[in-house]
Design a binder for this molecule. Structure first.
Ligand code: FAD
Length: 412
């Protein structure tokens, strides 16, 4: 096995410095203004000021070469490893807008990865190029309201061949990014095979233009009461939606193969962004505990605050090392061997970040759950991350099965 180097390389160091400075000095200071613009007028359109903020920051990032870092295994990217990219993702986690400013945001990175690895030349020209340029956005539609979607073998949206087309019928929900007026394309997990086929060969992924006739955006799903406009997570109905047969990715029955390639790196990116949020929460916690006084003392000297601060630091460090190890496993090129490591960190990082954020909320008193700090929004996002891209229990199952297999047990 190769030596495990999880450190900051010479390639990464200048990029990390530039990304850190841009997030701190130029992006994070505009987060609150950008978010406050949303309720004005149509929630599913960008206000002129939002466009100015977002596009202005994107063009600065691009002109500085701080763009599409996530393309780790491709000659089109910056040639970074997953470990190197993980450090950058952590910095991006500290701001609401940062990931998109560097064109490194979910779900577009995962979708671009699919087009890059499995798309035809036509798909690359029509969808990948504008996505890489940050001109359009995309959504990934797997989860369905009527089936337990954490077990993707349950996915049932029907996709039937009819002449030169496929015809899709069914419903999806929690399609993150589908509310965005720039969202032009969906990658949709569908059922193409019958129950006579092996369980993991019954599903496929197909590319559907977001404006295809027969698509109805039924309602935005809310996250603890927030619709996350203008990004959103829509509930979508497909009624006789017709797409050309060449929109099928790789071929019928290969959906699981693609899902594996799509979800691995994205999960690590989510986890490192979560740890960026944990670091921010710890900074805010310490700053608040130092300046706020109660019962004649700074909060930092009351109760178990030292333990809370120390535990937060230790938990973040453990989670970061686990995340970097999972990233390093990905870089070894064996997705199957990396899978249990990705599952471990997908459980650990959101839990740690959520706990540290919760401690910071408490130290801020009522202000902690208000709009006056990023903590309340951050807590909500982190709580949802324990469901999105697979609930904790499903990842624990993966980890446990890997352990049992090591001991020769049958886990089928
Ligand atoms: C904010 C947000 C954004 C999302 N974005 C997207 C998106 O862009 N695209 C998309 O397709 N989906 C998206 N999702 C959906 C998400 O991926 C699913 O909610 C998730 O996979 C779980 O599926 P489910 O909701 O059907 O839960 P179910 O499958 O019904 O599972 C419910 C619960 O059952 C338990 N459970 C399941 N399996 C096991 C097990 N093996 N052992 C023990 N307990 C178990 C767990 O507690 C689990 O939470 C998003 C969700 C959220 C909240």
């Amino acid at each position: 096995m190769a030596a495990m180097d999880l450190g900051i390389t010479d390639t990464l160091a200048p990029l990390l410095k530039d990304v850190r400075a841009m997030v701190r000095d130029e992006i994070a200071p505009l987060d609150a203004e950008y978010l406050a613009e949303v309720p004005k007028g149509d929630r599913w359109a960008f206000t002129p000021r939002q466009t100015e903020i977002l596009e202005g920051l994107k063009s600065k990032a691009r002109s500085r070469g701080l763009w599409n870092f996530w393309l780790t295994d491709s000659d089109r990217g910056r040639g970074l490893t997953t470990v190197e990219y993980a450090y950058l993702a952590e910095e991006m986690g500290r701001s609401h807008l940062a990931a998109e400013v560097f064109n490194c945001n979910a779900p577009d990175t995962g979708n671009m990865e699919v087009f890059e690895r499995y798309g035809t030349d036509e798909m690359k020209a029509r969808w990948l190029e504008p996505l890489l340029n940050g001109e359009i956005r995309s959504a990934y539609l797997m989860t369905e309201p009527d089936v337990a979607s954490s077990d993707a073998t349950n996915i049932s949206l029907s996709c039937v061949r009819d002449g030169d087309d496929y015809v899709l019928n069914g419903e999806k929900w929690w399609a993150t990014g589908s509310g965005d007026p720039r969202c032009a394309v969906y990658i949709v997990m569908v059922k193409t095979g019958g129950d006579d086929q092996p369980k993991h060969k019954r599903h496929s992924m197909i590319v559907v233009p977001a404006d295809a006739p027969g698509i109805e955006k039924l309602r935005p799903m809310t996250v603890y009461g927030h619709d996350d406009a203008p990004h959103g997570h829509y509930h979508i109905r497909f009624t006789d939606v017709r797409v050309p047969a060449e929109n099928m990715l790789l071929g019928e029955g290969r959906g699981f193969e693609i899902a594996q390639g799509r979800l691995g790196p994205g999960r690590i990116h989510h986890c490192m962004r979560a740890l960026g949020q944990a670091e921010l929460a710890l900074e805010l916690l310490v700053d608040r505990a130092e300046v706020r006084e109660a019962f004649g003392k700074p909060l930092s000297q009351l109760g178990d605050m030292y333990d809370q601060i120390a535990n937060s630091r230790m938990e973040i460090e453990q989670a970061r090392l686990l995340c970097l190890k999972a990233a390093w496993m990905m870089d070894q090129g064996d997705a199957r061997a990396a899978a249990p490591w990705i599952s471990q960190v997908k459980v650990v990082a959101p839990l740690v970040a959520l706990e540290v954020t919760d401690r910071a909320v408490q130290v801020h008193g009522a202000a902690g759950i208000s709009q006056d700090t990023p903590l309340a929004r951050q807590w909500t996002n982190l709580r949802t991350l324990r469901l999105a891209d697979g609930p904790d229990a499903v990842h624990r199952r993966q980890v446990a099965r890997a352990e049992l297999k090591k001991r020769g047990r049958n886990t089928a």
